[in-house]
Design a protein around this ligand. Structure first.
Ligand code: CAO
Length: 521
């Protein structure tokens, strides 16, 4: 017998007639347990009501502006029989001096999907540390993913209940937190309350300068925070268009699309995609199975995050790619000689560490390539941290060689191998992928001639390198020489860099590779 399953407003304490400020679902949507259904906002707090179960939405009973209390039906799921299910709210308080109530909270491992007995690989806090909501507490690593568990509340860490190497599952106690007021009063609170952290959508793959403190303080619910993590949006910079300045989903989407600040109408225009008077067509919806057998496989977590980063960078940055080539005949001979000399040391030099050195020399000559845009200001960096794209089983990662200007070629080679290894093992930490000022993406070990690398924001340029090949060069048009030739593809941000500067950058970079003695000048 077919029927409907009523999903109702759960126990929301003393609140009554609370306005619905956002509805996240529509009829036909497939939702998973914990997906947010609606957001409610009282004068004290905003609550997201997540779905208590998987299901398909048959009808949405409430709309924005309706006032609801405990027991009101929010949505109805398709179901096999009449059933009523109560959701449980996730509360986020607006920024105010009064935070969580005074007390002690046991922070537990949240719902981490099908994972069980997952090893703790890192603990970011110690007893006595003050933490803010969303600060990372520990990192867990299964064979498939690395997850950071952030603090669900602000407070002071009383006691850590896990050690590195311990295996934990949903519900395991991570630590005891004295919530802000109790900590300020310096008093132990009575019976511990349980607080479940939500696993961070920002995994170790997340690179780039998110201001974690501002992120934690931003006034937004868990679903919006998760979306911001996925899109790499610095939540602290997003202006909220919701009640009391609350950041809503559209604000984050508009921010990710480059809409500086966010108002709802802007977001609506962006999502319709109208460009130059011509509306973009919706994404084609094709039933592939109609044309032949198919297999569906969800993208891995790291792939999803790098996809979101790449998409944002591609959409937001006006990319231009300038191609050139470098004569690396002498460099290759030198590399072979040096590898013989270094044989016993165990260090093997590929071309890449030489390119890092050449990049530093070129960036020092053309400082705007080592800069970042901050609004209307260009921030020139007086350090040279070079990222390199690494192909890993989980997807693309960009580890960073810090202070490459101060390191020798063998030192860079050694560090690169170590970073590439831990990236491939899925053990690289966020700070090992942050702070880069310029990136190199080398496909030289694989093949190809030219490609269009995507700039790794907030950097303004990236050097793509393909496989060196033998090519005849002629200086006078009469005689020709076979030279080992390296194809270069420099992508640059046209808001910051002009074509002439990019061409000069490539020529200088190629000249340095042709004769590394130029690094001395
Ligand atoms: N021309 C000719 N040969 C090259 C070369 C080039 N440009 N670059 C590397 N090679 C050679 C190396 O010298 C090495 O040869 P030997 O084994 O004979 O010494 C071989 O190719 C393999 O090199 P490698 O790829 O293992 O080492 P690397 O230092 O060049 O690169 C790393 C390291 C981590 C960057 C690389 O393994 C990798 O992951 N590359 C993929 C990067 C990527 O995915 N970019 C695309 C990003 S956009 O999606």
């Amino acid at each position: 017998m077919s029927g409907l399953i009523d999903i109702k407003v759960p126990d929301i304490g003393d609140f009554k007639d609370v306005p619905v400020i956002e509805v996240f679902v529509k009829p036909g949507d497939k939702v998973k347990a914990e997906d947010p259904l609606v957001a409610l906002e009282s004068d004290k707090a905003t609550m997201e009501v997540p779905s208590p179960r998987d299901g398909v939405v048959k009808s949405v009973v409430v709309k924005v502006g309706d006032k609801v209390s405990e027991g009101a039906v929010i949505v109805q799921f398709e179901g096999a029989g009449a059933e009523q299910v109560e959701a449980r709210p996730v509360v986020s308080a607006p920024p105010s001096p009064v935070n969580a109530p005074a007390g002690v909270a046991e922070v537990r491992v949240p719902d981490i999907g099908d994972f069980k007995d997952v090893p703790v690989i890192e603990i970011f806090v110690k007893a006595g540390d003050s933490v803010k909501a969303e600060d990372p507490l520990i990192a867990l690593e299964s064979d498939k993913a690395t997850m950071e568990v952030p603090a669900p509340l602000s407070g002071t860490v009383r006691e850590i209940k896990v050690a590195t190497g311990d295996k934990v599952s949903e519900g395991s106690i991570i630590l005891v937190l004295a919530t802000s007021d109790a900590a300020a009063a310096g008093s132990a609170a009575p019976a511990p309350a349980a607080a479940s952290a939500a696993p961070a959508a920002a995994p170790v793959a997340q690179a780039g300068g998110v201001d974690e403190k501002a992120f934690a303080l931003a006034y937004a619910g868990p679903a919006v925070r998760k979306l911001a993590r996925e899109l790499g949006v610095d939540l602290g910079k997003v202006k909220g268009s919701g009640n009391h300045g609350r950041v809503v989903r559209e604000d984050v989407e508009a921010f990710a699309k480059g809409g500086a600040a966010s108002a709802k109408p802007q977001a609506a225009t962006a999502s319709r995609g109208g460009v130059g008077g011509i509306d973009l067509l919706p994404w084609p919806k094709v039933d592939f199975a109609k044309f032949g057998p198919v297999e569906r496989k969800e993208l891995g977590r790291i792939k999803k995050i790098s996809a979101a980063n790449l998409h944002r960078n591609w959409v937001v940055i006006p990319h231009v790619t300038t191609h050139d080539e470098a004569d690396i005949t002498d460099l290759e001979q030198f590399r072979v000689t040096m590898n013989k000399e270094l044989e016993k040391s165990g260090v093997k030099l590929s071309l890449l560490p030489f390119m890092v050195k050449a990049a530093v020399a070129t960036l020092q000559k053309f400082p705007e390539f080592n800069a970042s845009l901050d609004g209307d200001t260009l921030v020139y960096k007086n350090y040279w941290h070079i990222g390199f794209a690494a192909d890993t089983p989980n997807g693309l990662m960009v580890p960073v060689i810090r202070d490459a200007d101060k390191k020798s070629v063998p030192e860079i080679a050694k560090e690169m191998n170590a970073l590439a290894k831990i990236a491939r093992e899925g053990k690289i930490k966020p700070d090992q992928m942050q702070g880069g000022t310029f990136s190199i993406s080398s496909l030289g070990g694989i093949g190809g001639i030219y490609f269009t690398p995507i700039i790794n924001a907030p950097e303004v340029a990236i050097m793509g390198v393909c496989k060196g090949y033998w090519k005849q060069h002629s200086a006078d048009g009469k005689t020709a020489n076979w030279r080992l030739t390296l194809p270069l593809s420099l992508s640059w941000d046209h808001r910051v860099i002009d074509g002439a500067a990019a061409a000069r950058f490539n020529v200088y970079f190629a000249n340095v590779l042709a004769d590394l003695r130029r690094v001395l000048f």
